[in-house]
Design a protein around this ligand. Structure first.
Ligand code: DLL
Length: 428
């Protein structure tokens, strides 16, 4: 599948890109210093004109999610409310959400970047795009919606949920592209089977899946169940929403819209920038946003920036699939475990369904116990053996033992948005 370059900036040389980024960074730092009291304080004594290259980023302070919370709801906005036309918020699991605002120009840039991402994935004006990301305060629904319209394809704004109706529309409208979380794509696949609709023979050809971590093994599973190409899309509300980065059809990392979001990878302990190709925490500086330009925003997402050119012809830097967030990482008996690692082991076995949950308890002996619940369609007489094999594979991969519980298909609660993978019952 050939994809069109949406914006010539996607193919400029590394030097040209750096020049553009430095120019935008200098302007942005000057602007927040002038307009946002929080940055006025953080940047006191810093001279924006002293920014000469991207290495100067390291001289700038970080911004954390907590800084947004401390300035709840609008304290970090750099534009007056009269110029703000949209407000989104990310649902924190505890306390207040983080609130993000957009000017009309921000919305225009976002629509353009979502269109760029869709074009990058090979979506064209001829496509019918069913957008099953949630519409509302979550950025997924509206973010992709305006991108599809900007590109000129037809958007079907189903939002998430109402699964039986989604399947009916997939079938009746001849939807060719599906936007959803990868876990919801699987729910739709199951519902299609129930409704007797064979997705793999229908016109659906492409999925744009993101908003939660998903392994390569999960990609294989989704591609075979839906009979499509499944591509990864990354983003976060604080930085913009979906389309901060998008995978091309070569499936070798996601191209970052680095002309708008300058990426860095830092060591989570020392907070020092790491070279390309090393894994660490992603940090973004949003250099073109009018309402909420954040300097060195710490995402807590763990990934690598990939060196080298991409076969698609784009020169924009790529990030690898996000393994997980460092705050999602479980520490079980001293060993670091990411849900996505467990997902990869489970699905590589081939006998289990792509629906699983991890339950962590602290036993009376003060030791942590990890239980892995996973569904299987195999005959219950085989479960004992399956449990044993999964236990061994997980021990080999993770370095810790865990209990495996095999459940019947459908026993794990399905999610319409981001899947809940971990139930941590430890009271620490
Ligand atoms: O999830 C934005 C989005 C919507 C991205 C639709 C892609 C598609 P938040 O709700 O603020 O925004 O959550 C952001 O989700 O920091 C990551 O931890 C995680 N995340 C997003 N995309 C991916 C991905 C949206 N492709 C948080 N792979 C981020 C892994 C992802 N994790």
């Amino acid at each position: 599948m050939q994809s069109t370059i949406w914006d010539p900036v996607e193919t400029i040389s590394g030097e040209e890109m750096e020049q553009l980024q430095v120019k935008r960074l200098r302007y942005c730092v000057g602007r927040v210093k002038e307009r946002v009291p929080f940055y006025q304080e953080r940047l006191s004594g810093f001279e924006p004109a002293s920014i000469q290259s991207l290495t100067d980023l390291a001289r700038l302070p970080f911004t954390n999610k907590q800084d947004l919370r401390d300035n709840y709801p609008f304290g970090l906005f750099a534009a007056p409310m009269a110029n703000v036309v949209r407000i989104h918020a990310s649902s924190g699991t505890t306390g207040k959400p983080t609130v993000v605002g957009y000017t009309a120009n921000d919305i225009d840039i976002w629509a353009g970047l979502a269109a760029r991402a869709l074009a990058l994935a090979g979506v064209t004006r001829d496509d019918i795009v069913q957008n099953a990301y949630g519409y509302g305060l979550f950025t997924g629904g509206l973010g992709m919606h305006y991108g599809v319209e900007k590109l000129g394809a037809a958007v079907v704004p189903t939002s998430s949920g109402n699964t039986a109706r989604q399947v009916m529309l997939l079938q009746d409208f001849g939807t060719t592209v599906l936007c959803a979380t990868p876990s919801y794509a699987l729910v739709l696949a199951e519902a299609a089977v129930e409704a007797g609709y064979d997705l793999s023979t229908g016109p659906l050809r492409l999925g744009i899946f993101g908003a939660e971590p998903w392994s390569e093994e999960m990609r294989t599973e989704i591609e075979s169940r839906l009979g499509i190409t499944a591509l990864d899309i990354y983003g976060l509300s604080e930085v913009m929403g979906p389309a901060v980065a998008m995978e091309c059809t070569h499936k070798f990392g996601m191209h970052i819209a680095e002309d708008h979001f300058i990426p860095e990878i830092i060591d989570t302990e020392t907070l020092e920038p790491l070279p390309l190709d090393q894994q660490g925490e992603l940090v973004f500086t949003c250099v073109t946003k009018g309402a909420l330009p954040l300097i060195r925003f710490r995402t807590h997402d763990l990934a690598r920036l990939l060196p080298g050119d991409c076969a698609c012809g784009r020169t924009t830097v790529r990030m690898e699939k996000v393994l997980g967030r460092n705050d999602d990482m479980l520490i079980i008996r001293g060993v670091n475990v990411f849900p996505s690692q467990i997902e990869a082991v489970l699905l590589a076995m081939g006998q289990v369904e792509p629906h699983y949950q991890l339950v962590v308890e602290r036993g009376n002996d003060h030791m942590d116990d990890l239980e892995i619940r996973v569904e299987s369609t195999s005959d219950p007489s085989q479960h004992m053996q399956l449990r044993r094999r999964l236990g061994t594979n997980l021990r080999n991969a993770l370095g810790i033992g865990c209990d495996v519980t095999i459940l019947a298909p459908g026993e794990i609660v399905r999610s319409e948005g981001k899947a809940v993978r971990v139930i941590d019952n430890r009271q620490i």
